[in-house]
Design a protein around this ligand. Structure first.
Ligand code: PEP
Length: 264
């Protein structure tokens, strides 16, 4: 199975010049990795999700490489154009050069109150425009402490269940167009990580739940996200239930990001 390592740049870097520096470093790190002959680009698909303002420039720069580009969100409004100030449609994100988008990141859920209904709309628009979706799920610290992780995840995966109920003809395409990223909210940007055993068990639950929705979903990719770095990536990569990583902070340093990708 192909692994995925995805960098979520969030609201970074600050300027276009800083983006250029990061891209230069990333391209240099990729060619160094290739020269050192542990190029695992066939085994691990690398993708970055820049901010919308930088998406077109980044995708244009990365066109000649095997690195893919993703958006960090799409509008919930179905129209490709229209009077939705501040929004960006799935079609516009495709036009900017992305082939995927992240949806349901915990920061969107927390700061923008994204509900399952909203996320179902966004998933529908993204997939209908040909964007693959990296769908983020995960519990808060309080929910983790209350042993509610699996209940929370089941509730968040209900979006996938609702999507396939609405569009059963797309079920067989989902394993290559939908990725689940399990990100415990308490591990994001904190330096705290669950044990590999915990992540593995949660991933197993996610995979079983998806397989329960439809047999063909048993092969779906499930990534771990939350304080993954160059030092701990190996331990996550060694577990067969963990198909890659969604990386925040460490994706802003090309060397660390490539080291994580190499681990998978
Ligand atoms: C994220 O926000 O998706 C994330 C995983 O962040 P970090 O790697 O910084 O914890």
């Amino acid at each position: 199975m192909q692994a995925w390592v995805i960098g979520n740049w969030k609201q970074n870097p600050a300027t276009s010049d800083d983006v250029d520096v990061l891209l230069n470093d990333l391209c240099a790190a990729i060619s160094t990795t290739k020269r050192m002959s542990h190029d695992n680009s066939a085994r691990c698909q690398i993708m970055v999700a820049p901010s919308l303002i930088h998406l077109a420039a980044v995708s244009s720069r990365l066109k000649a490489t095997s690195v893919l580009c993703a958006g960090q969100d799409v509008s919930a409004h179905s129209a490709s154009t229209g009077a939705y100030t501040g929004e960006c449609s799935a079609q516009q994100i495709v036009d900017a050069g992305a082939t995927w988008t992240i949806l349901g990141h915990s920061e969107r859920r927390q700061y923008h109150q994204e509900s399952n209904d909203t996320l179902l709309q966004k998933m529908t628009h993204a997939l209908s425009q040909g964007l693959g979706v990296v769908f983020c799920i995960g519990e808060t610290q309080e929910q983790y402490d209350g042993n509610q992780t699996l209940t929370v995840i089941d509730n968040q995966l209900a979006v996938v269940k609702a999507f396939i109920a609405e569009q059963p003809e797309l079920i067989d395409s989902l394993p290559t167009r939908l990725i689940i990223a399990y990100e415990p909210v308490w591990a994001i940007g904190t330096g705290k990580v669950p044990t590999v055993t915990e992540v593995s068990a949660t991933h197993q639950h996610i995979k079983q739940t998806l397989a329960g929705f439809a047999d063909s979903l048993s092969t779906m990719t499930v990534l771990y996200g939350g304080s993954v770095n160059a030092d701990n990536a190996d331990s996550f990569a060694a577990d067969p239930m963990i198909d890659g990583a969604l990386v925040g902070g460490a994706s802003l340093k090309a060397g660390s990001f490539l080291a994580i990708a190499t681990a998978f």
